[in-house]
Design a protein around this ligand. Structure first.
Ligand code: B12
Ligand code: SF4
Length: 572
């Protein structure tokens, strides 16, 4: 659907690749990365790698996909207990709601053995602790149980594991505390490693004999997401990112990013890179350090900027701070920036944006040949149209279009676990449990469906978003974009109009039924945010003060160094 059409199938996510890279880096070469979007029928209960059931099954998920994630865990639990792999869950959903990956329902048991609420460093620390107690020939799961029961895992912050009987519902969860973040991102394993592990797309439930051939990668996944920076200095109340990052801003060096892009291009032919940044322009000095390197980088006489094009996310405020350097940014290969405009009038959130500043930033980007891609957030008090002000959604879409927006994203403000606003959005009764008899499912919490609102007619919100898209993506503006193809951004606005119209058709098909339920059906509401049904305690035995590790209850922890990596000896 809009605004992410093709972003799921044409861009292998960085998280699973990062985990794969870390495993290869320490010697676990026999690893396969299976993507749900390409291998919908894959069943862990039927997987075999080199003729045997893998020792470890890991699953990564956003909250949006948590139902499928739990299905996979349940399916892996069907493997008989002598062969069952150690089940480790991680990724955004695990970070924000680890308890959800343990089943509290005795009618539907099936839980992860351990949930990693952090990054590669936490996973490798866990594996190291398990290997340190593992006897020759012993399975990873059996070694894990011994390590857990001897409390050898309690010194690794960032884990949640269960206690109780082996089968059935856990009696309690143990949270080892907030993860420690690796300070220097240059120490992370190289992303080139993870790409070798991708399962080729297919319809079968089992694994293929070999990973995807290297030559196929760039056709299947032409865009490569790469980690350049993490963190954001703003503190928008609806956003969980600052808390997750423990208010840290971490960066890779320009040299390292240039090397990653060059090697990914050389080994796999990848040319397009999407930075997994929260706010790439967060720190001007650090940003300039990276951009200058990318603009000048050369490898064996080949200029990187002739090989690589890159894109990322920034804010309007920081774009204006970078205004005089935008030509350098373009020189370094940047061709589009997604900007969190949210609400132009700063009624919803103030992070230095206004109609004039946004117009100024967009014009400057376009003049430099960089496509401005606004991300808007629709909310209860914003009307469809306002007379004499910029408050209405259509007024803002029109203003952005005139300022040079090349694409458009309109999402409804939706409560996010880990954000400051979460609790009050639930307790004030804004969050829907169901509408017209249809229960809100996790995949509907992507901002495309109105699932939280105190508006008298929430269906109007649903249709307003569609109206915003129709106003922006339509044949008229396609023709205009074709006629104006001689600007510094050339044909890109026309291409994005075509993608946008395709996405719009899909979005209308998917969300209009929900709009009808909101219009004609009864809306039931929730009164408290999701919480663990299983008691959670810390390693000291006291109840965990907060079972969402993304919401820190203590101050930031010291940053750590990524450990030097001796290669693991992995015997039978
Ligand atoms: C790039 C990005 C996108 C891209 C993704 C494109 C792609 N195909 O990769 C686009 C723009 C399409 C996108 C869309 C959305 N995104 Co987004 N996105 C990001 C962003 C900025 C970077 C993701 C990334 O690549 N990170 C780098 C990798 C290396 O980090 P990682 O995935 O977290 O993985 C690390 C750890 O989590 C862990 N890990 C991951 N998996 C596993 C598994 C195991 C077993 C273990 C042990 C560890 C582990 O190790 C990894 C290495 O450190 C993140 C924020 C962020 N900075 O991470 C949000 C983020 C992932 N997005 C988020 C959301 C909500 C969305 C949307 C729903 C947008 C919206 N409406 O608000 C849509 C959903 C689209 C869809 N239908 O799938 C949320 C997810 C929150 C949640 N609880 O699930 C995040 C975390 C931002 C946030 N905090 O709010 N997004
Ligand atoms: S600017 Fe963006 S990343 Fe930063 S806190 Fe606000 S919404 Fe989150």
């Amino acid at each position: 659907m809009l605004p992410f059409i093709f972003a799921d199938t044409r861009m292998i996510p960085a998280g699973v690749r990062a985990v794969g890279s870390a495993l290869v880096d320490v010697g676990f070469e026999q690893t396969r990365i299976v993507l749900q979007q390409w291998n919908r029928n894959f069943r862990p209960s039927q997987m075999q790698l080199d003729g045997r059931i893998p020792d470890v099954f890991m699953v990564s998920s956003m909250s949006l996909h948590s139902e499928r994630c739990k299905d996979l865990i349940r399916d892996a639990c069907r493997i008989d207990s002598t062969h069952r792999p150690l089940i480790i869950a991680g990724g955004p959903h695990a970070i924000y709601e680890p308890h959800d990956l343990f089943s509290a329902d005795s009618a539907r048991p099936g839980s992860a053995d351990v949930v990693v609420t952090g990054e590669e460093f936490v996973l490798l620390s866990l594996i190291e602790a398990v290997l340190s107690v593992r006897a020759r020939g012993e399975s990873m799961r059996s070694a894990f149980v011994r390590a857990r029961d001897s409390r050898a895992l309690d010194g690794i912050p960032g884990l949640v594991y269960s206690r109780g009987t082996e089968h059935g519902v856990p009696e309690e969860l143990v949270y080892t505390g907030m993860q420690r973040l690796v300070a220097d991102l240059d120490e992370l394993p190289h992303p080139v490693l993870g790409y070798r592990l991708i399962e080729p797309p297919g319809r079968q439930a089992t694994l293929s004999a070999r990973a995807m051939p290297v030559e196929e990668l760039r056709h299947r996944s032409p865009i490569s997401s790469i980690v350049m920076t993490f963190g954001c200095k703003f503190a928008c109340p609806y956003c969980p990112i600052p808390a997750y990052n423990q208010r840290q801003h971490r960066v890779k060096s320009g040299d390292r990013i240039a090397d990653e892009m060059f090697r990914l291009n050389k080994e796999y032919g990848l040319r397009h890179f999407f930075g997994a940044d929260d706010n790439f322009f967060n720190d001007k000095v650090r940003t300039l350090g990276i951009v200058e390197k990318l603009a000048r980088a050369e490898f064996g006489g080949i200029r990187l900027r002739d090989r690589a094009r890159w894109y990322t996310e920034v804010t309007v405020h920081d774009t204006l701070q970078m205004k005089e350097h935008l030509p350098l940014l373009r020189e370094s290969g940047c061709r589009a920036l997604w900007l969190g405009v949210e609400d132009l009038t700063a009624t919803l959130i103030k992070k230095g944006q206004s109609a004039d500043k946004t117009t100024e930033a967009f014009r400057a980007l376009r003049d430099s040949g960089i496509c401005p891609m606004p991300m808007m957030m629709h909310h209860d008090s914003q009307p469809l149209y306002s007379r004499g002000s910029n408050y209405g959604l259509l007024n803002q879409v029109e203003l952005l279009r005139r300022a040079g927006a090349v694409s458009m994203q309109v999402l409804m403000l939706t409560p996010a676990v880990g954000s400051k606003l979460l609790e009050s959005t639930y307790t004030s009764g804004q969050v829907f449990r169901s509408a017209g008899g249809k229960v809100v499912r996790p995949h509907m919490c992507d901002g495309n469906y109105v699932v939280a609102s105190k508006h008298k007619h929430p269906w109007q919100k649903q249709l307003t978003m569609l109206a915003g898209y129709i106003y922006f993506y339509n044949p008229v503006w396609l023709v205009v974009a074709l006629m104006r193809s001689k600007t510094p951004v050339a044909m890109k606005p026309a291409y994005l109009q075509i993608f946008g119209m395709m996405g719009l058709v899909m979005t209308i098909a998917r969300t209009s039924g929900w709009a009808a339920r909101l219009m004609f059906g009864r809306i039931e509401r929730l009164s408290r945010p999701p919480a663990s049904e299983i008691p959670t305690r810390g390693i000291d035995g006291a109840p965990a003060r907060d079972d969402s590790p993304a919401t820190p209850t203590t101050g930031p922890r010291a940053l750590v160094r990524f450990p030097a990596r001796p290669r693991a000896t992995v015997g039978p």
